[in-house]
Design a protein around this ligand. Sequence first.
Ligand SMILES: C[S@@+](CC[C@H](N)C(=O)[O-])C[C@H]1O[C@@H](n2cnc3c(N)ncnc32)[C@H](O)[C@@H]1O
Length: 269
Amino acid sequence: MNYRHAFHAGNFADCVKHALLVALLRAMARKPAPFFVLDTHAGTGHYDLTADAARRTNEAANGIFRLLDDTPAALADYLGVVRGLGLYPGSPEIVRDLLRPGDGLACCELHPEDHAPLKQLFRGDAQVAVHRRDGWEAVKALLPPKQKRGLILIDPPYEDPNEFAHAAAGLTLAHRRFPTGVFAVWYPVKHRAPVRAFFDALPMRDIVAYELLLREPLDAARLNGCGVLIVNPPYRFETEARPILDSLLARLGTGEPGAAVSIARIADE
Ligand SMILES: C[S@@+](CC[C@H](N)C(=O)[O-])C[C@H]1O[C@@H](n2cnc3c(N)ncnc32)[C@H](O)[C@@H]1O
């Protein structure tokens, strides 16, 4: 396990993932019944962008730091959450911020150095459980949730060459255990072939892929874009996601050929 999210916190990919995550949580909260969130690959929960790791890569300079001045309307909700929590919140902290009384969050983080601060962040918080366990295993144990409604965020590091295959298998298993859950899987777009193979491996219905490309995905050595694949997206989520992604591209894009937003239905309802 070499991947450490502290080197990447607040980069363009985090902005895409977290802006859509905030919109998904708002959609979940539209119904009064309590919901559960499982964050299978949680990270530390909060990242200090002035710390050595973040400064060394400076990835946030092309991410969150481009968004903070002159906030576009479509990003106001996401950026309000980020400002409230401080630079830069990870997915567990964002989720926790938007839980209502009665909702619950379970986070899995396998790396001991990331698990310890995450555990500390939520010490004494009865609505949050922090596990040092394999996120792929956890879907078997923690799903379906007692709340009956849930969002499962799957955000692996993709450092293993087979991670897309793991993601397809993990998502399939998780969906089998909890077919009515909303599943959001972040994925990198380096080149097209592995992403297509990932989509082709999914057996379930009602899948939409939300993507932001910074450039044509031709150079497999670069993170040319990223996506969030959503199974069972909330009603009319496309309409909400489009302006979010368009605003992100307007701020984070560098005008390279092939830069685009795409919302593609992968499997019918
Ligand atoms: C991309 S980062 C997560 C970022 C976080 N979701 C966020 O948005 O703030 C992926 C995390 O997964 C952890 N990890 C790697 N393999 C894991 C596994 N099998 N189970 C749980 N966590 C794992 C890594 O240590 C890393 O912290």
